[in-house]
Ligand binder design. Sequence first.
Ligand code: GLA
Length: 391
Amino acid sequence: MIKGLIEDFKTLYKYEGEVKVFFSPGRVNLIGEHTDYNGGFVFPCALDFGTYAVAVKRNDNIFRMYSKNFENLGIIEFSLDRLINEPQDDWANYPKGVIKTFLEAGFNINSGFDVLFYGNIPNGAGLSSSASIELATSVILKDLFNLDVDMVSMVKLSQKAENKFIGVNCGIMDQFAIGMGKKDNAILLDCNTLNYQYAPVVLNGASIVIANTNKKRGLADSKYNERRGSCEAAVKVLNENGIDIKYLGELSVERFNEIKHLITDEEQLKRATHAVTENERTKVAVEKLNAGDIEAFGQLMNQSHISLRDDYEVTGFELDSLVEAAWEAEGVIGARMTGAGFGGCTVSIVKDEYIESFKKSVGEKYTAKTGLVADFYVAKIGDGSRKLGDF
Ligand code: GLA
């Protein structure tokens, strides 16, 4: 595939010299949902599919960008002197925002570059195609301009680009999982301190199966921000009542139960209940996985879904239908929605000998209920964003 992308680049830009090739994965979160911006734990991993980029530095201030996923948009061109979010630049606003954020952080980017992207992450599926292209851009910048910048800084700069330039108020999980991913490992990340540890995902004859609802995620951004707002409001109420915390993630379930009566707004209470219990589930789940107790890990995934459905209310008919069908299927150790919710994907742990029957029974039940057709991927956990080489 890489060879084909290099050929495409050379034909597109009428270029014959050496090119540089980069890869940045997608991600799936195993447990710890909507905990990142609450200063809690998440447990995501990078996938072996993602965004490929072929790039060559230019001698002037022009950037030319092309995506094989949006061929109808053609080459999108902009200049180093005019890094502004413009609707007609569509997907290219992601790399543009990263370039601008690097410049504002004081990195010396003194010319443009030509780039061709190709992503094999299903679009809009909640597997973080946007964070993937952000980190792809970061590793391109580091390499082309010889920048002295480490991966965690690139992760933070990519998140900042998404928050400030794109205007999506996401937490750090996606960028961190994608930048810091490690083959066959998930990452237990404390989103408050950014301390992290890798945990080998050893499933003893079972695999991670991602299922895409193929439901468009309309209004997801505004609902996401609403959830954030409710959690922040709950913290504020606790603060006003003398509880000195910055994030809900600082509270154990036990402590939360002692003080939760202070949160009088019912919706805020439900949101906070999810944030606190999910954080605890995530810590326990990783202990179980490390101890080889995959069944217990699966049970916690199921509980995570229920909490996201009933307390956080980010699942919806399609995700619930897909997860319920998974719970009923033979050989399933655990299943839940993954990512922001409101559509997108589910993640299940399925015993290998049942994967085919899982796809069939879950797919059929899902279609019968929703009229939509689900896609299934048996996920492999890959490494984080990186240069693949000079060609
Ligand atoms: C999206 C955001 C992440 C995280 C998840 C929910 O993927 O980008 O920061 O909040 O939703 O866990």
